[in-house]
Design a protein around this ligand. Structure first.
Ligand code: PLP
Length: 396
């Protein structure tokens, strides 16, 4: 007898992974350049030079037993201090190493944070459209997932829908801005409204409601768009960060949790984070990656390519008759499918070798996600296929 739940999870891969795997096979059949794969959020630009330079430097200079040895369970002290100092300088926080926990990326930051705060009977609210793994993470921590849709026209907070959904069992709201899959950045007004609603509900139900702020795309914004730092708007915030996207290091698995010192009982929450990390086996994030972080804070990959892709896609797709909210951040575009059934639309897109992800697993119907973290050349080559697909639906 083994865990039925885990068996089921392992057997059925995510919709995103299924399309990606289909793409791998199709590329082998007809050639890489003939398949327009927009399925995965795998950064297509190189990490900034400082990443490679720092790896070389510390490999050459540090004692290998120190470099490759265990760090302390929550992470290397110098790295945690550097992260805290960076946050303090950038956002005016009072963070120190004592409230920073190094993790293997945002997935671990989220699973640890949820396990740290969830008790039996708790509910976790996600704002749809949302990253599908939130369901897996929240349910595995023992919570019931409650889906609250965002406003349709701009993917900002729907205050009424949120107010109605928060109840005495609500323990946390997961916020993701810039957002996967919409590319929307929650405005300051949205964050302030969210903070106000949750503060009032905390008072009404006499218990803490956390914002678990999932921020792997925090630096990936275009033009003069600003991403409000959630912890500066709401005291009971646990920030979950990852360097996967900002430094193009998704395979290296490095990120952190910051338990805001404005959380009433932040020391206990931090201990619970340490306990959850221990219980899940997420202690002592990869030492080499931790040690490059101080030199890389505040640096990002060159996101100009994503911006170019975003502009071209938005212009051409809207010209062909597709509808979409222009994304301000991350590297996703959420486009209305040209028929109500997004999965059926994606099947038709496949006939033009376009690999798009249907929106159902993101908790929204009738859209597709396009991951435009690909080469601009792929974007250009894919345009006739998008056009032909629009023609199939009589849009042109
Ligand atoms: N959260 C969001 C919104 C994501 O898009 C992703 C990855 O795509 C993750 C979390 C997981 O990130 P990581 O690779 O750092 O675990």
């Amino acid at each position: 007898m083994i865990s039925e739940k885990m068996l089921e999870l392992g057997r059925k891969s995510s919709a995103i992974r299924e399309i990606f795997e289909y793409g791998r096979k199709r590329k082998a059949q007809i050639g890489e350049e003939n398949v327009f794969d927009f399925s995965l959020g795998n950064p297509s630009v190189c990490p900034p030079a400082v990443v490679g330079e720092t790896i070389k430097k510390i490999v050459d200079e540090l004692d290998p037993t120190e470099l490759h040895g265990y760090t302390s369970a929550p992470g290397d002290l110098a790295t945690r201090s550097a992260v805290a100092n960076y946050l303090a300088e950038k956002y005016g926080t009072d963070d120190t190493a004592d409230n920073i926990y190094m993790t293997v990326g945002a997935a671990a930051s989220l699973t640890i944070s949820l396990k740290a705060v969830i008790c039996d009977g708790d509910e976790v609210i996600v704002l749809a459209p949302f990253f599908p793994e939130y369901r897996v993470f929240a349910e595995s921590a023992g919570a019931k997932l409650v889906v609250v849709p965002c406003r349709e026209g701009d993917f900002q907070l729907d205050a009424d829908a949120l107010s109605k959904a928060v109840n005495k069992n609500t323990k946390a709201v997961i916020l993701n801005s810039p957002n996967n899959p919409t590319g929307a950045v929650f405005s300051e007004a949205s964050i302030k409204t969210l903070a106000k609603i949750l503060s009032e509900k905390e008072a009404e139900f006499s218990h803490t409601i956390y914002i678990i702020s999932d921020e792997p795309y925090r630096e990936l914004v275009y033009g003069d768009v600003k991403v409000p730092y959630t912890a500066n708007y709401y005291d009971d915030t646990i920030s979950c960060y990852s360097f996967s996207k900002s430094l193009s290091l998704p395979g290296e698995r490095i990120g952190y949790i910051c338990v805001s010192k404005k959380c009433g009982d932040w020391k206990d929450i931090f201990f619970a984070v340490c306990g959850a990390g221990r219980a899940l086996g997420f202690v002592c994030a990869p030492s080499l990656m931790q040690k490059i972080i101080p030199a890389c804070l505040g640096k990002t990959s060159d996101i100009a390519v994503y911006d170019t892709n975003r502009r071209i896609l938005y212009k051409e797709l809207t010209d062909y008759g597709y509808e979409c909210v222009k994304p301000d951040g991350a590297f996703y575009m959420f486009v209305k499918a040209l028929e109500p059934d997004a999965a059926a639309f994606c099947e038709k897109a496949k006939k033009h070798e376009l690999l798009l992800v249907p929106s159902d697993s993101f908790g929204a119907e009738g859209y597709v996600r396009i991951s435009y973290c690909v080469t601009t050349e792929q974007i250009m080559r894919s345009l006739p296929a998008f056009k032909a697909l629009a023609e199939d639906y009589g849009k042109i």
